[in-house]
Design a protein around this ligand. Sequence first.
Ligand SMILES: *[C@@H]1O[C@H](CO)[C@@H](O)[C@H](O)[C@H]1NC(C)=O
Length: 370
Amino acid sequence: MIKLKKCLDLQVVIILIWVLQSFVVTAMDMWWNLGVVGGAEVWRNQKVYILGAQPMCSQLKGLSLGQTKLCQMYHDHMPSIGRGAQLGIRECQYQFRFRRWNCTIIQGDSSVFGPVIEIASREASFTHAISAAGVVHAISRSCREGELASCGCSRALRPKDLDRDWIWGGCGDNIEYGYRFARAFVDVREREKNHPRHSAELSRMMMNLHNNEAGRRSVYNYAKVACKCHGVSGSCSLKTCWQQLPTFREIGDRLKERYDGAVESKFNKRGTKLVRKHKKYNKPTKEDLVYLDESPDYCVVNPKTGSLGTVGRECNKGSDGMDGCNLMCCGRGYNTFKRKLVERCNCRFVWCCQVKCKTCESIVDIHVCK
Ligand SMILES: *[C@@H]1O[C@H](CO)[C@@H](O)[C@H](O)[C@H]1NC(C)=O
């Protein structure tokens, strides 16, 4: 009897080890590093960078093999990619500022957002989409600004609904090029994982590719037309128009909506593609975000998931939403402090040309999660 029990115990231990192993997070270097301090320093001194273009690419933190090759071929694109990553990270932090997971950068972590992002969660889907969108945005604009050797103004066709009297011909953001380059650069790291061994790796790869594409489309599909007036003393009898990127805030807002409506997915039976997990939800389109795993609750510090917890986070006492103290503090309650707020106030215009303000002090209550 005892023997049998020992035997069972051993089995349990083996299974436990196996389960734990599949949770062990592997270090995931991300090109997003190009958008954070340290990565950014490389771009600040572009001269050094261009002088030593080739060795520099292999020194950059977070590039995959294929990305290093693209860096060597298109080294003038790298500052834009750094800016794109930075755009994505900043927008992520703005969109999630009132949420339990708030897109914190983990200093010194090569995956930028830490192990949290290695879970195939909604949050991972958002970070992939927004950073891919950042690259499309930054490259498209750099083409227009004439910063890149291999592209220039957009050659997009004249929109059919543009007023016939207006001229189509200003130098527009080259979103077609930005989209193509971002697709090559961002996706290569997924595609070069040639034969993922486990179906978990394969489905994660497909998830990342899907969300990268969703991010790029959130820019590409929302190109706008901008125009400038000409004509006698601003009569606007003549207009010149061109293709213009949406603002990055609009892109962030849209992707945040996609995050809220992200579709839980799984492998189909044949293991060839991702399909929605629950039939009652709509099939994901190419613009939707998809995810595989439930998120951790992000309530408490958990080194295994990488969750930082919400102790010490500010919350909004009057709100029922995610920023409200109830949800943000996960029911643990909060402490209230007084904070002195110093503001400019009672400003008036003094002829000419000054604005004079007073400084006003007020005491406000702030609430902080226990
Ligand atoms: C984001 O969350 C972390 C950890 O909970 C916290 O240290 C940081 O101050 C938060 N950032 C903002 C902008 O609220």
